[in-house]
Design a protein around this ligand. Structure first.
Ligand code: AQP
Length: 327
């Protein structure tokens, strides 16, 4: 069985996009191999963030993982910063990725385009290097991610090829896995843009109240077509709501179209809201219980201990391969 790796960076409160595009898939695959599901706290430092916010967001992600159904006896849940091999390996791997390819990364272009050049940190630019280190440390072949992260996984693949060509079969080749439905949940206020935790417009946050979530869905942007139909180009808002409904209920687009034939958008939105609320009600209850129980710290410690075991072996393999003396 292949190892599975993925992570979420604690840059803000998680959105329904993170839940559908990432966490739900982690739960699905947790029995299919050993999984390493980390909280990418070092990645969160690539943009300014308050220390308390970073700490609280990190704890929340661990609690959300557990609330969603990740079993800490099967999945290793840990903080990236609790495993020093991530940083050490990134220092080595940065020599095998190039400025040109890093500057072509869409995430870097998006995030840096809103900043003055003097304010763009080196960490933001080198983000895919650390991500490549995250990926290869656990010899993972399977990397479940949302669509926006596929480009970074592709770059990690390029790096593995380059490194192995030079040093032999040292690193395992990873592959991105994206969900058939829900790999890109869009903003409710601008369905041409991804729902993103650092851009509050049109987001559903996992810590929003159930009433707030209902309200947000009821006021989601739609269109003048007046028909519940999956057509991303002409009906992006309705298509996004269909995606949300489909990925949480298991209904196909055809089934949804049939169910709402001849019905108005109001009825459809109410049904989408019911679906989301039904999914998040028990999830939010479990989250509250987990936060109170103190389980998070115990799980993170256990996860880090296993992650360190595996990661330090891979790091040593790389150090030896490149010829670091005494290794
Ligand atoms: N809208 C989305 N639809 C589906 N999947 C999504 N993911 C993020 N947004 C959506 C997936 O969630 C995982 C964790 O993402 P991340 O924290 O590593 O960073 P990101 O991809 O940049 O996500 P955000 O929410 O947009 O974060 P910020 O705003 O901090 O940049 C990934 O698997 C991602 O694909």
């Amino acid at each position: 069985m292949d190892n599975i790796l993925s992570g979420i960076k604690p840059t803000g409160q998680l959105t329904l996009g993170n839940y559908i595009g990432a966490i739900k898939n982690f739960v699905k695959v947790q029995n299919e191999g050993e999984s390493f599901l980390f909280i990418a706290d070092l990645h969160a430092l690539t943009l300014p963030i308050e220390p308390e916010t970073l700490k609280n967001n990190s704890r929340d992600i661990a609690a959300y993982y557990l609330a969603a159904g990740l079993d800490p006896n099967r999945a290793n849940i840990f903080l990236q910063s609790d495993v020093p091999s991530h940083s050490e390996l990134a220092i080595i791997l940065q020599n095998y990725l190039y400025m040109g390819e890093l500057s072509r990364m869409t995430q870097f272009k998006d995030k840096s385009s809103k900043m003055k050049e003097e304010a763009i940190g080196l960490g933001l630019f080198a983000y895919p290097v650390l991500m490549a280190a995250d990926i290869v440390l656990y010899d993972s072949k399977r990397i479940p991610v949302g669509e926006d992260q596929v480009q970074h996984v592709e770059l990690a693949r390029d790096l593995v090829k380059r490194f192995n060509n030079r040093y032999g079969e040292v690193l395992v080749m990873p592959k991105a896995e994206i969900a058939k439905v829900g790999a890109r949940i869009m903003s409710l206020s601008d369905p041409t843009k991804k729902m993103s935790k650092s851009d509050p417009k049109g987001d559903i946050y996992l810590n929003d109240s159930l009433e707030a979530i209902r309200k947000k869905i009821m006021s989601a942007v739609t269109d003048m077509v007046g028909k519940v139909h999956y057509d991303v180009s002409n009906q992006p808002g309705i298509s996004n709501l269909m995606t949300i409904m489909s990925s949480l209920s298991g209904k196909t687009f055809e089934q949804i179209e049939k169910e709402f034939e001849g019905k108005g958008y109001g009825d459809f939105k109410r049904a989408v809201a019911d679906t989301v609320v039904a999914e998040l009600t028990p999830f939010k209850q479990r989250y509250e219980e987990i936060i109170k129980s103190g389980l998070v710290d115990e799980v993170l410690q256990r996860g880090a201990s296993r992650a360190n075991q595996i990661a330090s072996k891979t790091l040593l393999r790389v150090q030896k391969a490149v010829g670091l003396y005494h290794k």
